[in-house]
Design a protein around this ligand. Structure first.
Ligand code: G3P
Ligand code: CA
Length: 268
């Protein structure tokens, strides 16, 4: 029932800006998301954590120390406290070449701020991170999506995707909001296998699979597509890897460099 132009169509390839255009700006800041959009990605990818006072914020780690000048767990900060932290300066050590003075003092955005900034036109690929730490995360996420009209059935298919490594979290979402497309994230060891039975089970609640690309083989891609699931490998930053995966028929990729992925797609 999915039409060919839909973001979820197996005929459509999607470019997912991993943590924003996080190769060029500090991950999960408005700067990174803006760059992702400027580089013509299809999705802003957002990892969610939750503050002590129940606000959903974008951060990959449950601890603030890697990507801010603070220490400790997100869940021990109120939003007001978290907002005092500098989430931009650390990027200088990672990528001095791409560092810009305006990154200094960048703040950790809330999910609402992201929606307010990028509005209804952007597409969002949202991950519930360590949901076992945050009993209210799913409920708050669904409420927030509803209040922005993002669960409205007239919206394009796939405008919002929710992804998680946690099957329980996805099942909880599926119960509350059965129309939201879900991606089961997997982190497989090299040489691990995915059985037909496992894929069929995933298919009962998810639209597709997000998987670490290094463990992926051509046969696995075939089996996943055969099971009627989408496949979005993460996190692919090298053009040779992008080309190989594209030839295997994957439906999209997570990348820190959406421009590289577009170059590979357009040279095909
Ligand atoms: O969500 C896909 C990919 O981002 C999973 O890995 O650790 O970057 O969230 P991670
Ligand atoms: Ca993620």
């Amino acid at each position: 029932h999915v039409d060919a132009h839909s973001l979820l169509s197996p005929l459509r390839f999607v470019n997912i800006a991993h943590r924003g255009g996080s190769g060029y700006a500090p991950e999960h800041t408005i700067f990174a998301y803006e760059i992702g959009e400027q580089l013509n990605s299809d999705y802003i990818e957002i990892d969610l954590q939750m503050t002590k006072d129940g606000h959903l914020v974008a951060m990959h780690d449950s601890d603030v120390s890697r990507t801010t000048n603070g220490v400790g767990k997100v869940k021990d900060y109120t939003l007001e406290e978290l907002k005092q932290l500098d989430a931009g300066s650390w990027f200088y050590d990672k990528h001095p070449h791409y560092f810009q003075a305006e990154f200094i003092g960048a703040t950790v955005p809330t999910l609402e701020e992201i929606f307010n900034t990028f509005g209804q036109h952007a597409n969002y690929y949202i991950e519930t991170k360590t949901p076992e730490m945050y009993p209210d995360m799913v409920h708050t996420l669904i409420e927030t999506l509803e209040s922005y009209g993002f669960t409205d059935p007239v919206l394009p298919d796939g405008k919002i995707i929710i992804q998680s490594f946690s099957k329980d979290s996805l099942l909880e979402i599926h119960k509350l909001a059965p129309d939201i497309p879900l991606i089961q994230l997997l982190k497989l060891d090299k040489k691990a296998k995915l059985s037909k039975n496992e894929l069929d089970k995933i298919k009962t609640y998810a639209t597709g699979i997000g998987i670490n690309y290094k463990a992926l083989t051509k046969n696995m891609v075939h089996d996943i597509l055969q099971a009627g699931l989408l496949i979005h490998p993460y996190t692919v930053n090298d053009k040779k890897d992008m080309e190989r995966l594209l030839n295997w028929g994957v439906d999209g990729m997570f990348t820190d460099y959406p421009d590289r992925l577009n170059e590979v797609i357009n040279n095909k």
